[in-house]
Design a protein around this ligand. Sequence first.
Ligand SMILES: [Zn+2]
Length: 179
Amino acid sequence: MKLKSTLMRVALAASLVAAGTSMAAQVTYQYLNQTHNELRNWAGQYANPTVYYDRAVCSQDMTAYACGQNIQLGTRFLQQVENSYPLAAKSVFAHEWGHSIQFRYGIYSQAPYQELQADCVSGSYTYYAERNLGYQGLFRSAQQLAYAIGGDPTHGTGSQRATYVRNGYNTSGNLVRCF
Ligand SMILES: [Zn+2]
């Protein structure tokens, strides 16, 4: 009986964890630190930027930016992203990581291809993260976000952005194929 109730508690805890993965995460510094580690493990050999939270190191605009080997992330902005598209804060972080790789290697393309390449890197990360880190639904969220926020000349249309996130996913996590 004791064993059985223990097993039931374990099952309940597991189902809560499963339910939690489909809900928006709290975009805490801890959550972002964890994502930073994931990105470093995946792509640290191509760029290893310094990441700042809620600090205007690249822009006064507190969304998400990369400049040189710095990334700045606004937690309020990322929470809004996360609330609409669960796990997508990670895909934004991965997009900025893509810019860090461009800057490190001096890769500069015309608009909107500079941005679409970063979307490709983000999509590549979603494949890696779904397969290796258990973030089911990340690709779908990343693609929906890309589609929703597209439309300005710098970043490309929503359709272009969603396509490049998919192109990235189709690299099977090998981001080099985005370049
Ligand atoms: Zn960008």
